[in-house]
Structures are given as C-alpha cells and as structure tokens.
Ligand binder design. Structure first.
Ligand code: PBG
Length: 322
C-alpha cells in the first residue's frame, strides 16, 4: 500500500523500464503480406494503402531479396491474375501468377520463409471465395479447387500454405492433397478465426477481390462471436492445421487471447489492410505519430498472445526496431 508501494520506482528510467518489460516486438516474428500482379509491368501503388505496392512477378524476387537484407524473415503472397473465371482456375495454374512468384522469390531470396494465401476470391470473376451454385457459395465443391491451389504452390516451392477462404473442411482437404503428393513437411497455416470485417476494405482494392454481389457473411465469422472462434480453432486443429491465424488483429484482441489459451499450436494475428490504412491516414493528417502508433499496436497484439504477426508495416518496423 502507498506510501510503501510506489509503482513509479520501476518506471524511472529507460534501463529499469526495459528490464521489467513483459513482452516486446521481435522482428523475426513479422511477416509481410505481398501482392503480385500479372496486370502490371512496374510496381504499382495501392491508393488506399499508401506505401504498399502491387509487384510484377519479374520484380518480386528482387524486392524479396532487398527485404531479406533489411532483416525481413517471412512473406505471405497474394496474387492478382490476368484472367478471372467462375471457378477461379488461375489460382491453381502451375504457370499462374502466384506459382511463378514463388519461384522468383525462392530464386532470389531462398531463405525467406515464403507463405502463400490459398483462396479463390482474387481469381473468381464474381469475387467470392468459393464456387457458386446460383447465388450460394458451394462449400464442398470449393474444397478440391483449394486443394489444387495449395498443391500448385507446394510444387512451386512455397514453404507454408495458408487457406483463408473459410470453407468448412478445407484444412483437411489441403492436408490430404499435400500428403498425397509427398508434401508431408509443408505446414498448413489456417486462417481459422476470420471475421467478416469492414477492415478488409483496402485489401479488396489491393487484390481486386471485392465480391460482385452480396458479402462474405455466409462463410466468414460474425464479429459479435468469440466462443464460436474456439470451435473454429478446434476443428482446424483436428483437421491437421499446424498453425492458426486470427484476423483482424487489434479489434479482436480478446478473441486472439482466448484462441491462444485454448490452442496447443502457434497462433498468429493478421493486422489487416484497414488497420494499416487507418494509422497511415491519421498519420498523414497529422493526428497520430505513425511510428509510435505502429509499435504500440504491434505490442498490444503481441501482449494479447500472438506468436507472430502479419503486418504491412513489417519493413517500417525493421527500420525502427531492427
Ligand atoms: C481472402 C483474404 C482477404 C484478406 C486476406 N485474405 C480478404 C477478404 O476476405 O475479403 C484480407 C487481408 C487484409 O485486409 O489485409 N482471400
């Protein structure tokens, strides 16, 4: 009790503050999401995400190499194909944008931990994450397409496949397909806990993946539900997921903590496009100090239990912390 107990004793100077700091941001826990596009010849800025670019396949290897030299350890690839169709066929084309980008990155930055997002929304002309049956997204018909895409990326040399579509049963479908072709050591990072979120807005511009009708609420989770996240996580663990992801991050710290507590697996968090754009916009308007806000948000995500973080700020953080 005061005056014997004085909390300020351990806040007096930087040395004692860092001595008792309970967690910190580790640069080797950051993964940068990267957009590769078959529609461009030069890096192309994304309007809603200042500082983030789409990369042509021919340049993404060089970008990965420079990023590795700056200390980045992991990347998650998203593809924007030349052609879209109703089945999202380009997702699994061995000569498609992501498969070629994987080879390019592995060629120029072989040690980079390379992940590929597995989903159909960037490849379907209707923009939904699965095949359609009328106006419904057909869960079971989508599974083989996702498995084919994961297999194509594994064949191209990716280190980790990350299904983000939220179809039921997709982790098992992907795992079975990988094992069937001998990719027994390719981990599956499941976006197990993915909410139907307005914070994905800027991503849909970045990945040209906005749904042409309706929304994603029939497959992504209701933002009101936390208990449901535990069941999602449990199912994906039983289907063979090696790691789980919670997404978005900052608005869902309670869910992240609960998932981390129940899951005997590494749990990552995805600081999504809208979280990035909000900080950028406020910083550009002079309302927030960018670097401090970014570090605080990543610290909060770490404190809540994230074992690793996907963030568009990864390279900026390397400069600030690294
Ligand atoms: C879907 C996917 C999305 C994101 C990652 N994978 C978008 C969506 O579900 O609509 C969002 C990432 C972000 O907002 O940064 N394939």
């Amino acid at each position: 009790m005061f005056p014997e107990r004085r909390m300020r004793r351990l806040r007096q100077n930087p040395a004692v503050r860092s001595l008792v700091q309970e967690c910190s941001i580790a640069v080797d826990k950051l993964v940068l999401p990267v957009f590769v596009s078959d529609l461009i010849e030069a890096p192309s800025p994304i309007r809603a995400m200042p500082g983030v670019f789409q990369w042509p396949v021919a340049r993404v290897g060089e970008f990965a190499k420079e990023s590795w030299q700056k200390g980045l350890k992991g990347m998650m690839l998203f593809g924007i194909p030349r052609l879209k169709d109703s089945k999202g066929s380009e997702a699994s084309n061995p000569d498609g944008v992501v498969s070629r980008a994987i080879k390019e990155v592995k060629d120029k930055a072989p040690q980079m931990l390379l992940m590929a997002d597995v989903c159909l929304c960037e490849y379907t002309d209707h923009g939904h994450c699965g095949l359609l049956n009328g106006y419904e997204v057909d869960n079971d018909a989508t599974l083989p397409e996702l498995a084919k895409a994961a297999l194509a990326y594994a064949n191209a040399g990716v280190d980790v496949v990350a299904p983000s579509d939220m179809m039921d049963g997709r982790v098992e479908a992907v795992r079975t397909a990988l094992d069937g072709e001998g990719f027994i050591h390719t981990p599956v990072l499941s976006y197990a806990v993915k909410f139907a979120s307005a914070f994905y807005g800027p991503f849909r511009e970045a990945a040209n993946s906005a749904p042409q009708f309706g929304d994603r609420r029939s497959y992504q989770m209701n933002p009101a539900n936390a208990k449901e996240a535990l069941l999602e996580a449990e199912l994906d663990i039983s289907e063979g997921a090696d790691m789980l992801l919670v997404k978005p991050a900052l608005p869902y710290l309670d869910v992240l903590r609960a998932t981390k507590e129940m899951a005997p697996l590494p749990v990552g968090a995805y600081q999504v496009s809208g979280e990035y754009s909000m900080i950028k916009a406020a910083a550009q308007a002079g309302y927030l100090e960018e670097a401090r806000t970014v570090l605080e948000s990543l610290l909060a995500i770490t404190r809540a239990g994230a074992d690793f973080i996907l963030t568009y700020f990864a390279l900026d953080v390397l400069e600030d912390v690294g």
